[in-house]
Design a protein around this ligand. Structure first.
Ligand code: ADP
Length: 459
C-alpha cells in the first residue's frame, strides 16, 4: 500500500512536471507568434507613415544633399573626415525637421501605443572601376529618434543605388555611382507588456488552469495520505479491540469453568473471589463497549446540562478515583480551589472525561506514580489541571493524541491497554461544554492536561 502510494505520487509528479513544461512552451510559442503578428503590424504602420507626402519630400531633399556630398568626396574635393563631418552636420540639422514631421504623421494614425523610428545608413560602397571605396557609418549617424538600435525592432533593410555624373569629375565618363545600405528600426515603448496584454486571455486561462491542476493534485495526494493514515488507525483500532477483549473473555471463561468445580463452590472464600473476578471482568467489558458506543457516528452524545458547584464536584471525582486506586502505591497531590463557582455541566459525561485523564496519568506512569489535581478560577473560567510524572508525550505526538483511535505506539505493540478513544471522547465533551483542553508534556518527565470551562455567572 505504502509503495503503491509512493509510485502513484512519483508518477503524478512526473505527469505534473511534464504538463507544466508543455504549458510553458505553449505560452512561449503563443508569445513568439504574437510578437511576429505585432512586428508585421508595425511594418504596415511604418509603410503607411513613410508614404506620407511630407516625409517623402523630406527623404528626397535629404538624398539630394547626401548625393551632393558623396560626389564631392568621390571626386576628391573632400577628405574622408570632411565628408563624414559634413554628412553628420547636415543630417543632425535636418533631423529636427524629420522628427517633427514624423510625430505629426504618427498622431494622424492614432496608435494606442508609442513608437520611435530611426533610419540608419550603415554602409556606403562607391562603385567605380578605378576608385572603389566603402564607408561604415558610425552609430551616432541616423535620421529619426535617438535610441540604441540594437534593442529595437528592425522593420526594413534597403539598398539605395545611385548613379550620377558631375561636371567637375576627372574620373572616367564623369560617373559617380554608389550603393547606400540602410536599416529602419522601430522602438515600441513597453513592447513586452503590450504583447502580454494581447495574449492576456490565453495567459489568464493558462495560469488559472495551472493553479487548478496544482490544487487538484495537492488535494488528491493529501486525501490519499489521509485515507492511508485512517486505514492504519482503523487497523490499529481493530487490533486493540481484539487485544482488549481477549483478556476479560479468557478470564470469564476460566472463572465460569471453575464454578462447575465443587471444591470452589463449596469454599466460601474461593467462590467469593471467583464471583468478584466475574463482576470485575463484566465491568471491564461494559466499559470497553461503552467507549465504542459513545464514539460511534450514529450515537450523538446528548448532554444534560445543570448548574453545578465545581469545587465539590471535582473533589468527589478525585476521592472516588483515589479509592479505586487503593491497591496501587500512588503519590496523590491535591490543590482544588475552595472558591465556590458554578458551571453548567453534564455531570455524568464530564466525570467520565476527567476520569479518562486521571486513568491515563496512572496508565502511562513510570515506576514511581505521582498524580496531582489542581483547580483555580481565572478570567471567568474554571481551570482544572491534571499533572503526572509519567512517560510523557513528544511534542510531535501531542498534536495527534486527541484524534479518534490514536495511540502513541504504532501497530499492535502497546505496553498499556487502550483503544485510543479516551482523549478523543474527553475533548468532544469539553468542547460541548464550550470549554478547551490543552496538553503540555515532556518526554520522560510527565504530562499536564489543562481543562478550561466557562463559569456560569449569577443573574
Ligand atoms: P488510550 O489510553 O486508550 O490509548 P487515549 O485517547 O486516552 O487512548 O490516549 C491516547 C494516547 O495518548 C495514548 O495511547 C497514550 O499514548 C497517550 N497519552 C494519553 N495520556 C497520556 C499521559 N498522561 N501520559 C503519556 N501519554 C499519554
Amino acid at each position: 500500500m505504502k509503495k503503491k502510494l509512493q509510485i502513484l505520487i512519483i508518477v503524478s509528479i512526473i505527469v505534473f512536471l511534464s504538463l507544466s513544461i508543455i504549458q510553458y512552451s505553449l505560452i512561449k510559442n503563443t508569445f513568439n507568434l504574437e510578437q511576429k503578428i505585432f512586428k508585421s503590424e508595425i511594418e504596415k504602420i511604418m509603410t503607411k507613415i513613410n508614404k506620407a507626402k511630407s516625409l517623402e519630400n523630406f527623404e528626397e531633399r535629404w538624398k539630394r544633399k547626401f548625393s551632393f556630398y558623396s560626389e564631392k568626396y568621390q571626386i576628391g574635393k573632400f577628405s574622408k573626415e570632411e565628408y563624414l563631418d559634413s554628412l553628420y552636420q547636415f543630417t543632425t540639422k535636418e533631423n529636427k525637421v524629420f522628427v517633427k514631421l514624423f510625430d505629426q504623421e504618427k498622431k494622424k494614425i492614432n496608435l494606442d501605443y508609442d513608437i520611435d523610428f530611426q533610419m540608419k545608413p550603415t554602409l556606403l560602397i562607391f562603385i567605380h572601376p578605378e576608385k572603389k571605396d566603402s564607408i561604415w557609418f558610425p552609430e551616432k549617424f541616423h535620421i529619426g529618434n535617438s535610441f540604441i538600435a540594437k534593442n529595437a525592432l528592425i522593420v526594413n533593410n534597403s539598398i539605395w543605388k545611385v548613379e550620377t555624373s558631375s561636371d567637375e569629375t576627372d574620373i572616367e565618363n564623369n560617373k559617380v555611382s554608389y550603393e547606400l545600405f540602410t536599416a529602419d528600426y522601430v522602438k515600441i515603448k513597453n513592447k513586452t507588456w503590450i504583447i502580454f496584454q494581447r495574449m492576456s486571455f490565453t495567459f489568464f486561462f493558462s495560469i488559472l488552469l495551472f493553479i487548478l491542476i496544482c490544487s487538484l493534485f495537492f488535494y488528491t495526494v493529501k486525501s490519499m495520505i489521509k485515507q492511508k493514515d485512517l486505514l492504519l488507525l482503523k487497523t490499529d483500532f481493530i487490533n486493540n479491540i481484539i487485544h482488549e477483549f481477549k483478556t476479560p473473555l479468557a478470564t470469564l471463561k476460566i472463572a465460569s469453568k471453575s464454578l462447575r468445580n465443587k471444591k470452589i463452590v463449596t469454599n466460601e472464600i474461593l467462590l467469593e473471589n471467583t464471583l468478584t473476578t466475574i463482576e470485575r471482568q463484566n465491568i471491564r467489558l461494559e466499559k470497553l463497549l461503552n467507549q465504542i458506543v459513545e464514539i460511534s457516528p450514529n450515537n450523538q452524545i446528548k448532554l444534560q446540562f445543570e448548574k453545578v458547584e465545581m469545587s465539590n464536584f471535582l473533589k468527589e471525582i478525585y476521592q472516588d478515583f483515589q479509592l479505586s486506586c487503593s491497591q496501587k502505591e500512588i503519590n496523590f497531590l491535591e490543590n482544588i480551589s475552595d472558591e465556590k463557582v458554578n458551571c453548567s455541566i453534564d455531570k455524568v459525561h464530564l466525570t467520565i472525561a476527567i476520569q479518562n485523564l486521571l486513568d491515563n496519568a496512572i496508565k502511562y506512569s513510570k515506576d514511581e506514580i505521582k498524580v496531582e489535581v489542581n483547580s483555580y478560577v481565572k478570567d471567568n473560567f474554571y481551570h482544572i489541571k491534571i499533572k503526572d510524572s509519567g512517560i510523557g508525550i513528544s511534542s510531535k505526538k501531542q498534536k495527534e493524541i486527541f484524534k479518534k483511535f490514536y495511540r502513541v505506539a504504532s501497530g499492535n505493540i502497546h505496553n498499556v491497554k487502550g483503544l485510543g478513544l479516551g482523549l478523543f471522547y474527553t475533548k468532544q465533551i469539553i468542547e460541548q461544554h464550550h470549554g478547551e483542553i490543552f496538553v503540555k508534556s515532556e518526554l520522560g518527565k510527565g504530562t499536564v492536561f489543562n481543562i478550561k470551562l466557562p463559569i456560569e455567572n449569577e443573574k
